[in-house]
Each structure stands twice: as structure tokens, then as C-alpha cells.
Design a protein around this ligand. Structure first.
Ligand SMILES: Nc1nc2c(ncn2[C@@H]2O[C@H](COP(=O)(O)OP(=O)(O)OP(=O)(O)O)[C@@H](O)[C@H]2O)c(=O)[nH]1
Length: 349
């Protein structure tokens, strides 16, 4: 770390930050998912490796209670720097989820996903064999928005059937999948009873996020649309986290700093992202800065605390008077109105 630079120890509290992203199609997908569960043998719950706690969804936990589940942490390639401690960290995540099997996968593209999907396929086959049934196994792939559900489905299908054609549409923004898909064969068994079929589902967000920092982590990992929280705020959070690891991560863009506006102004000029009369476009520079981290080009690190106590701490926080689903929808509408007003007043200036 640069000798004279002292990173911020805490990030400023942001009381006005939107804390919900619970859309109409999230609610209808959840309702339909619940109806499908009676004919589902196995659930694959997908979470983001960089936010193993924040990408859990208690709503989904509640909906699938009693169902056999395998938990998959995707995007390991974006959160893993290859250090020795990571093995211990992964063990803690496994313990959090015991007795559900846990897999860590890497790769937004089929060839890279192929390797990590192999162990997962064995785990699915083992769960399918345990059913000891004469009919094929049916699964649902569920999780928060943009965690990589559709990508995983395509990768599993290639690994399990040899079919490379995409069965599910994927994309870099949350909400690409809007409806529960038809069933797709992902494992061809020696007999039909040994085959496995799955449905892809739209990402479902939590109704309300108690802790503003959790909302920032979800936004930084792109589980929330970029239009919901100001990109400058998300970039500032990204800078804060980079500084705690090593400010040299962004040495290509700027010298070590705690001042996001200074950094984005320089970056906007460097990238040629200028508005009328040469005014630096800070939002455009912020999105570029965030995206570089999301793509693994500005440091690979995780955002949640992974310690044996962290899961229980999170559950305790979540149980502190959660709003009802109706209240959550109201909060969401209020947050959106507020954000639109702030946007309108800043463009008037
Ligand atoms: N680097 C990397 N990228 C991944 C991985 N898994 C998925 N992605 C990328 O993450 C983005 C989101 O993937 P999707 O599969 O569309 O996510 P989803 O969960 O289906 O998204 P929703 O439509 O919101 O439900 C895409 O750009 C993928 O290429 C991974 O393991 N590593």
C-alpha cells in the first residue's frame, strides 16, 4: 500500500439509499415457484461468491423449506485471488449451509464453467439416485437477480447432455429472465428415470434490505439495476473497498485517493466521457469504474465478512422487524419516487 495514504476506515452512512428492488415480476415468480415446488425434486440455489451472505434470500429459504437443495456460489473467478486462506473461507461457507451440499463455480462462459460444473453434475446425479424413482428428476434453479442462474443452466446442459446451444438467455444486467422457463434436459441418463430436467426462474430480490451497506454490495455486484442507486455512490463504495485491500488496484486510473469525485473527474477526461461544454460525465466514468471491478480487472476480492459467527449475526439483523411484503412494495415505490425527484432536481441545476 502507498506509504502516506490512509484509507477511510468506515463508509459514510447513507440513510436515503433505496433499500428495496422488489419488482412485480419478482413477486409473481415467487408465487409461481411455490406452486411448482410440489412437482420439484431438487432445488439449485445460486448465490454470488463475492457476497455469500448478501446474496442469500430469506424469502427463498422460507419458500423452499423442506426441499432438497444444493447451493452454488458462482463467480468464484471474480472473487478469488488464489490465496491460501481461501480454502478456510470456503470451509466456513460450507459449514454455514450444512447439511446442504455446496459448490463453488467459475466462468461466465460455457468452456470455463465446464470444469467446475463437473463436480456439480455428480452431486445432482447423487441426489437423483437417492430418489430411487421411476420418473426423471425435476429441478428448479433459483436465486437473486443476475447471480448467474441462466449461465449455470446452459453450462450444466452442455456438461450433462453435450448440447452447447443456449437454452436460457443470459446478460450482464439483472432481470434478463422474466418468466419461469419450460423444462430443459440438463443430464441425459442411461434410462429416462436417470435423466434430470430443470426450469430456470427469474431472479427474486429480498423485499427489504435492512443494512444500507448490504444494498451497496448488491448494487456493486449488479444484483440491482444500475439506475436504482447513483453510480457515483456505488463507485465510491467500490473505491472504499479497493482502498482497504490496496489502492494500487486502480493505479492505472489515478493515484491513491479517498475522493471519488476527484478520481471520476480525471477518469472521465481520460476516457473522453464529456457532456456539453466539456463537463466531465461523472455517471459514465462511475459506471466504467464499477464495471472494471465487476469484470475482475480491478482486483478480485469478496465483500462480505466470512467468519463462523457472520451468518448468525446476519440472521439476527434480518429478523429485526422485517417489513411485510405489502410494506416492502410501498417502500420500493417511495424510494423510486424519491430517486426520480433527486434526479430531476440535479439535472435542473
Ligand atoms: N465471470 C463470471 N461471470 C459469470 C459467472 N456466472 C455468470 N456470469 C455472468 O453474470 C451475468 C449474469 O448471468 P445470468 O446467467 O444472466 O444471471 P441470472 O441469474 O440468470 O440473471 P436474471 O436474469 O437477473 O435472473 C452474465 O453476464 C454472465 O456471463 C461466473 O461464474 N463468472
Amino acid at each position: 500500500m502507498a506509504a502516506s495514504f490512509i484509507p477511510r476506515a468506515i463508509f459514510p452512512t447513507l440513510d436515503n439509499l433505496p433499500r428495496s428492488y422488489f419488482l412485480g415480476h419478482h413477486k409473481s415468480a415467487l408465487d409461481k415457484m411455490k406452486r411448482l415446488l410440489s412437482s420439484t425434486d431438487l432445488v439449485l440455489e445460486v448465490r454470488d461468491y463475492r457476497i455469500p451472505l448478501s446474496s442469500r434470500n430469506p424469502l427463498l429459504d422460507e419458500a423452499i423449506e423442506g426441499k432438497k437443495r444444493i447451493i452454488i456460489y458462482t463467480k468464484r473467478d471474480l472473487g478469488s485471488s488464489g490465496s491460501k486462506e481461501e480454502g478456510l473461507r470456503d470451509d466456513i461457507v460450507r459449514e454455514w449451509n450444512y447439511p446442504d451440499p455446496v459448490h463453488f463455480v467459475s466462468g461466465g462462459k460455457i468452456p470455463t464453467l465446464k470444469k467446475s460444473a463437473k463436480a456439480l453434475i455428480s452431486s445432482i446425479q447423487s441426489a437423483a439416485r437417492d430418489r430411487d424413482a421411476l420418473t426423471p428428476t425435476t429441478m428448479l434453479i433459483i436465486g437473486m437477480p443476475n447471480v448467474g442462474k441462466s449461465t449455470l443452466l446452459n453450462g450444466l446442459r452442455f456438461q450433462g447432455t453435450g448440447n452447447r446451444k443456449k437454452a436460457a438467455i443470459t446478460g450482464g444486467q439483472p432481470g434478463i429472465t422474466r418468466r419461469i422457463s419450460e423444462v430443459v434436459k440438463i443430464i441425459s441418463g442411461a434410462t429416462e428415470a436417470e435423466s434430470v430436467y430443470t426450469r430456470d426462474t427469474p431472479g427474486v430480490f429480498v423485499p427489504y434490505v435492512n443494512d444500507p451497506e448490504t444494498m451497496l454490495k448488491l448494487a456493486l455486484c449488479n444484483c440491482v439495476k444500475d439506475s436504482i442507486i447513483s453510480p457515483v455512490t456505488v463507485a465510491d463504495y467500490c473505491l472504499f473497498r479497493m482502498n482497504l485491500i490496496d489502492p494500487l488496484i486502480y493505479a492505472n486510473d489515478y493515484k491513491p485517493t479517498n475522493d471519488i469525485l476527484e478520481l471520476l473527474t480525471t477518469l472521465a477526461r481520460k476516457l473522453g466521457r464529456l457532456k456539453e461544454e466539456g463537463v466531465p460525465d461523472l455517471d459514465a466514468a462511475a459506471i466504467w469504474f464499477i464495471q472494471a471491478w465487476r469484470d475482475g480487472k480491478r482486483g478480485k476480492f469478496i465483500l462480505d465478512d466470512v467468519s463462523p459467527e457472520a451468518l448468525q449475526k446476519r440472521i439476527d439483523e434480518e429478523s429485526a422487524a422485517p417489513p411485510s411484503m405489502t410494506q416492502a412494495r410501498k417502500i420500493w415505490k417511495h424510494d423510486m419516487l424519491q430517486a426520480a425527484r433527486m434526479k430531476a432536481s440535479s439535472s435542473d441545476r
